[in-house]
Ligand binder design. Structure first.
Ligand SMILES: *[C@@H]1O[C@H](CO)[C@@H](O)[C@H](O)[C@H]1NC(C)=O
Ligand SMILES: *[C@@H]1O[C@H](CO)[C@@H](O)[C@H](O)[C@H]1NC(C)=O
Length: 280
C-alpha cells in the first residue's frame, strides 16, 4: 500500500482490503459560489475541465477566482518522496457510520454529504463531504493514478483541511464500505444536478487510513474554483484498492475532472509563467 511499494500486497494493503469502507473526494466545492441552478435540486458547478470554462479559464469566470491563476500555493501537485514531507502527526478523524446519506452529482464531481469531525494540530474541523476525481489529481513521484477521493473539512475560523487518498486498480475488487455502497446509487445520478440517497456507509477503513497510516502534508489550495489558498492537504502515503468495474463506473459519471498539476508550492503560478512567455 505504501507509495514506495509498487504493489499493495503488503500487510497494510491486506488490512485495507479486508476492511469494507473507503471513499471520498477531495475538492472543496463552495456551494454558494460558482454554482448555478441545475435541473434537479442540486446546484450545478459552472466551471468545467475542458475549454474556456476549464482550469485555464477559471479565473475568467468570476473575479473571486483570481487565485486560480495568480496564487503561488496551488493544488494539486506532484508529491515527490523526500521533497514533500511526511506529516509529523496524524489527524483524529471521526465519522459516524450512517444508514443513508445524500449523494449528489454537481456536474464537476459526485459527492456524499456527511457529518464528522477532524482534529489536527489542535484545531477542530467539521467534515462536510467527500467527493471523487478521475483521474487522480495528485501525482506521486510523477506517476498518475486512476481515482482520488477528498474529504473536505472546514474549521469555524474558515480554515480548510482536505484529507486525500489515491486509488490504484486492484485485482482483488472493491469492498471498502465507504465506496462499494455508492456503486448502485451512482446509476441514479448520472445526470448533473441529480441526487439520490445511499444505503449504509461504514467509515472504519478510511478513519484507519488517515488516523494511523503515514501521510504527506503540504499547504496548497482548493483544486476547484475559487482555488482558495492556505488549504492544508494530508495525502495518504498508501493506496486504496478499486476494481476495474468500479473504476469504469465512476469514470463514466465523473468523466475527466482533474485539475492540471500545479507548480511546486511557493513557485510562480503556471498561468502567470505562461503569460510571461507570450510574444510581445
Ligand atoms: C459562475 O458563478 C458565479 C457566482 O455565481 C458568477 O459570478 C459567474 O458569472 C458564473 N460564471 C458563469 C460562466 O456562469
Ligand atoms: C448530519 O447532521 C444533520 C444535522 O444533525 C442531519 O440532519 C443529517 O441527517 C446528518 N447527515 C447524515 C449523513 O447523517
Amino acid at each position: 500500500m505504501l507509495f514506495q511499494n509498487p504493489t499493495f500486497l503488503g500487510a497494510i494493503a491486506s488490512t485495507l482490503l479486508l476492511s469494507t469502507s473507503f471513499v471520498q473526494g477531495v475538492c472543496l466545492h463552495n456551494h454558494r459560489r460558482n454554482l448555478q441552478a441545475g435541473p434537479g435540486s442540486v446546484p450545478i458547478s459552472n466551471f468545467s475541465y475542458i475549454g474556456v470554462t476549464g482550469p485555464l479559464g477559471w479565473a475568467g469566470l468570476d473575479p473571486a477566482n483570481v487565485k486560480c491563476s495568480t496564487a503561488n500555493v496551488q493544488s494539486p501537485i506532484n508529491i515527490e518522496h523526500g521533497v514533500v514531507p511526511p506529516s509529523p502527526t496524524n489527524p483524529q478523524l471521526s465519522i459516524p457510520d450512517v444508514l443513508s446519506a445524500e449523494f449528489e452529482n454537481l456536474g464537476s464531481t459526485v459527492e456524499v454529504v456527511i457529518n464528522g469531525t477532524t482534529i489536527f494540530e489542535g484545531k477542530t474541523y467539521t467534515l462536510k463531504q467527500y467527493h471523487f476525481h478521475t483521474p487522480a489529481e495528485h501525482l506521486i513521484d510523477g506517476q498518475f493514478y486512476p481515482m482520488e477521493v477528498h474529504f473536505v473539512n472546514i474549521a469555524s475560523d474558515g480554515s480548510i483541511l482536505v484529507l486525500a487518498a489515491l486509488f490504484e486498480l486492484s485485482p482483488f475488487g472493491t469492498n471498502e464500505n465507504f465506496l462499494y455502497p455508492l456503486l448502485a446509487p451512482l446509476y441514479a445520478i448520472t445526470k448533473p444536478g441529480s441526487s439520490t440517497t445511499t444505503g449504509p456507509l461504514i467509515f472504519s477503513d478510511i478513519t484507519y487510513l488517515f488516523n494511523i497510516l503515514p501521510l504527506f502534508k503540504y499547504t496548497g489550495s482548493l483544486t476547484t474554483p475559487p482555488c482558495t489558498d492556505g488549504v492544508i492537504f494530508l495525502v495518504a502515503n498508501s493506496f486504496l484498492p478499486i476494481s476495474l468495474e468500479a473504476f469504469l463506473q465512476f469514470k463514466n459519471v465523473l468523466k475527466f475532472n482533474a485539475r492540471y498539476v500545479q507548480n511546486a508550492p511557493g513557485e510562480e503560478n503556471l498561468v502567470e509563467v505562461a503569460a510571461g512567455q507570450l510574444p510581445k
